[in-house]
Design a protein around this ligand. Structure first.
Ligand SMILES: Cc1cc2nc3c(=O)[nH]c(=O)nc-3n(C[C@H](O)[C@H](O)[C@H](O)COP(=O)(O)O)c2cc1C
Length: 303
């Protein structure tokens, strides 16, 4: 019997719902499922100041303590790593897991499928996750990202409302329901079918292509455009905040500066830049966008 490890973190339970659906086709497979927990829990709903204050350590991928966890086996036929991006980086519990020697040891020589439960920006975090998996001797064989498909600004507003109030509702009646839609969560079952077939055959070549053929996973060009530019700014702010934070008062001041910058960049600058880009630049560089999309959809995966 094949044995797999499914390891993940979920703060609100959204990623657990996605993984529950993803695991439906894994019949007759021994599943070791681990939900990791930080030693110091990230309280949900978030207090606004704590939410933004989490950025520097997340972006710099500083390790936090996790609650102890145990594997039922010494090795697995396949590992499914479920994670979410925070500030264009793997969430703190996940980047810490990816620096934990116990987990790194089990990754070695093992095929890995990443399942991402994001808002809509997962590329930068996946770059980091793939690098860490590859350095540990693991082999990425597929990546299945789930996103909120609503317009970027509407989805940013609705997820902020969800994160800061804990209410998964249509704020003001016109904002969309926050997070990955129920329909997309349920589609995880369909996306997992090629993974189970590959697991049983022990052959993962062509798996990502079969997943993408389902036409449920894609990268929107404007999201690609933002992701290609924004991470640098996050790293700049993370380092600036760390450097300037000689006491709590200073840290609070610089985190607030970053928060206002982020709101301004997201709601004022990005719509203007994106409009110019979409109308004037995108049509000219369409083939390079296509190449970039393909590159990120297959990141680290042998074809
Ligand atoms: C602090 C924080 C930062 C986030 N940053 C991003 C991000 O950069 N990109 C993104 O697509 N989603 C982002 N999200 C949304 C999460 O990836 C995720 O979809 C949401 O938190 C629900 O995940 P859960 O399963 O942990 O509850 C962020 C969420 C939090 C709490």
């Amino acid at each position: 019997m094949k044995n797999i490890l499914v390891i993940s973190y979920s703060q609100t339970g959204q990623l657990n719902d996605i993984l529950d659906c993803f695991l439906i086709p894994f019949k007759g497979v021994e599943i070791d499922r681990i939900n990791i927990q930080p030693r110091e829990e990230f309280v949900f709903p978030w207090i606004s100041s704590v939410f933004f204050d989490t950025m520097p350590e997340t972006v710099l991928e500083e390790k936090i303590d996790l609650m102890p966890y145990d594997f039922r086996a010494n090795s697995y036929d396949l590992i499914i790593l479920g994670y979410q991006p925070w500030f264009l980086s793997p969430s703190l519990p996940i980047s810490s897991l990816l620096q934990d020697s116990k987990f790194l040891a089990v990754l070695n020589n093992t095929p890995i499928v990443t399942v991402i439960g994001s808002r809509n920006m997962w590329i930068n975090s996946q770059i980091s996750v793939v690098n860490r998996i590859e350095s540990a001797g693991g082999r990425i064989v597929a990546n299945v990202p789930f996103i909120d498909r609503h317009q970027n600004l509407l989805s940013a507003l609705s997820i902020l409302h969800w994160m800061l109030t804990g209410k998964k509702e249509r704020k003001w009646g016109f904002l969309p329901l926050p997070g990955v839609s129920r329909k997309d969560i349920e589609s995880a079952e369909v996306l997992a079918e090629p993974v189970t077939q590959a697991l049983h055959k022990g052959d993962y070549l062509g798996l990502q292509e079969r997943i993408l053929k389902k036409k449920l996973v894609d990268i929107h060009p404007s999201i690609l455009f933002i992701e290609m530019r924004a991470k640098r700014l996050f790293i700049f702010w993370a380092n600036l905040i760390k450097r300037k934070s000689i006491n709590t008062k200073k840290r609070n001041f610089w985190v607030a500066m970053y928060k206002y910058y982020l709101i301004f960049a997201l709601f004022v600058v990005s719509p203007i830049v994106l409009a110019v880009y979409t109308l004037l630049v995108r049509p000219i560089i369409w083939s390079s966008i296509k190449k970039n999309k393909e590159h990120f959809l297959y990141l680290g995966i042998e074809r």
